[in-house]
Design a binder for this molecule. Sequence first.
Ligand SMILES: Nc1ncnc2c1ncn2[C@@H]1O[C@H](COP(=O)(O)OP(=O)(O)O)[C@@H](O)[C@H]1O
Ligand SMILES: [Mg+2]
Length: 295
Amino acid sequence: MEYVVETNALVKKYGQKAAVDNMSVHVRKGDIYGLIGKNGAGKTSLMKLLLGLTIPNSGEIKLFGSTDLGAARMRIGSLIEAPAIYKNETAMENLARFSLLAPTSKNRMHELLELVGLGDVGKKKAGAFSLGMRQRLGIAIALLGDPELLILDEPINGLDPAGIKEIRDLIVEMNRRGTTFMISSHLLDELGKIATNYGIAHEGVLEEITAEELQRKCRVSLKLGVSDPAKAQELIRASFPELQTHIEGGKLHILSDVNDPAALNRALVMADIGVYELAGEGTGMEDFFIERLGR
Ligand SMILES: Nc1ncnc2c1ncn2[C@@H]1O[C@H](COP(=O)(O)OP(=O)(O)O)[C@@H](O)[C@H]1O
Ligand SMILES: [Mg+2]
């Protein structure tokens, strides 16, 4: 398998402290890779290593399957921390300035501003932009040169719900058109709706998990103790076809999310099936992260 980003046992120390402690990252083409972890977990440090902004103490980096990192980094756009924009210039002037590094036609720059929802800001100076607009301008700058991979460090940090939705929609749309993303956040919720894979960072250590694995681990299910498990299973199949069930240890386990356990209980009792136990199993997604990240 060739990865867009692959690291092996990457280490970055500041003094004695490892900000990045043996991180092995695997991002495939087309992924939206959510790098989740609370402040100080090592997210920005990892991204800086990938971009060549700092040098690792040890470990390996491959980008687009290559160790020729200089060439590979030409294919990456990035936004690390707050975008460095010129406050007394317009969105277009800012783009033109940064396009010196990645030659881009005026037409393409207009397209990029349209894409990030800044198509109609005209002569307004960037200093008068909202935080969300500045962040979107930062993304437009990162898009100069049409990168195949975008590395965005906390792009949703500090935005209001409307701003968060705009950035999220933009990411999903660009991903649909083929761009691979690595996005960091200290909040699961911001990425939980769009990420295909997660790297969960905690004190410099990374644990990778796919969105499906996460969902499976976090699925809340029900365990039912009933007088007649086989009959109960039949009834649930007929009345609640969306629920997956299996019998194990004499108990009936329901794997899919049960929105209304009371209705389920009622249906069983009305069919003359005695229910002596009804308990939740598994952990919710927030619990899963809290367990790993601490509070
Ligand atoms: N330039 C630096 N000098 C010293 N320590 C740093 C530097 N950058 C980051 N650190 C430390 O490395 C750890 C990880 O920081 P960082 O990568 O910024 O985490 P995150 O982006 O997840 O909040 C923190 O303990 C932070 O204090
Ligand atoms: Mg950071």
